[in-house]
Design a protein around this ligand. Structure first.
Ligand code: 5GP
Length: 237
């Protein structure tokens, strides 16, 4: 199924798919990193859990008319996707104040954002993914002003759909990071992954964290939360 390894990131390996031009295989790794790679650990089963969770979420977004790079899950840790040129802008949507935002702006934890806040970060490990504005995004990527507007609108629509999906499993979508990619046709679609690695997910009743913050903050077993998210998503699939 797989041909050449094209790229190895912190959480996934990217291969050319054999005999399928324009398609890639993403192989989810068990590695977890935080603070721009300063903290690193391996968790048996994390790759499978993120692959399975992403593979349940992308089709839900398709049903709601949101185009993504996802084609199908191939194995425990692999999924087939359309090849895209990743736009080097990380789009973060925030429904509740926490994380980097409260540190940066001194806003009280758990302040509700209505409408949600959209932020852009330049995807560059050497620079530590700095916060950027629209003008920087236009300088640093290939997107046009109307495409940037479209990306931000898509991110808010994805927030709506994902917030509903997680609410159905008694989970609050606090914030998340998206990456978009350009298809050969020039269309921009949601790429990368949607998983507890990239979303903050809090149990609505107990406020328990079911995401990567457990690893970032060293407060417990990351795998338990990811398993819980997968179990609840499977129950409504
Ligand atoms: P913050 O900016 O508060 O650190 O993160 C906001 C949200 O975006 C969190 O849900 C976090 O998981 C996600 N996020 C931001 N940057 C990254 C990143 O480089 N990698 C991952 N996995 N998630 C990120």
């Amino acid at each position: 199924m797989k041909e050449a390894l094209l790229y190895e990131g912190k959480a996934k390996k990217v291969y050319q798919a054999k005999d399928k031009p324009g398609q890639l295989i993403l192989d989810y790794k068990n590695d977890a990193t935080a603070f721009n790679g300063e903290k690193k650990e391996t968790f048996a089963g994390k790759g499978r859990l993120n692959n399975e969770i992403s593979a349940l979420i992308f089709p839900r977004l398709h049903e709601k008319g949101i185009e993504t790079h996802f084609i199908e899950r191939l194995s425990e840790t692999e999924q087939l996707v359309h090849q895209t040129e990743i736009i080097p802008i990380e789009v973060v949507v925030r429904n509740l104040a926490t994380g980097n935002l409260t540190k940066r702006l001194g806003i009280e934890e758990k302040t509700v954002f209505n409408p949600p806040i959209v932020e852009l970060f330049y995807k560059d490990d050497e620079l530590g993914d700095p916060l950027i504005n629209d003008q920087h995004a236009l300088l640093l990527s290939s997107v046009t002003p109307s495409e940037l507007q479209e990306i931000k609108e898509k991110a808010l629509e994805i927030n709506k759909q994902l917030s509903d999906l997680f609410a159905a499993i008694n989970v609050k979508l606090v914030d998340f990071k998206l990456e978009f990619g350009r298809l050969a046709s020039d269309c921009i679609v949601l790429a990368d992954e949607v998983s507890p690695d990239t979303c903050r997910l809090w149990d609505i009743t107990t406020h328990e964290k079911l995401d990567k913050d457990v690893f970032r903050q060293g407060t417990g077993d990351l795998i338990e939360g990811y398993e819980e998210i997968l179990k609840r998503l499977e129950a409504i699939s």
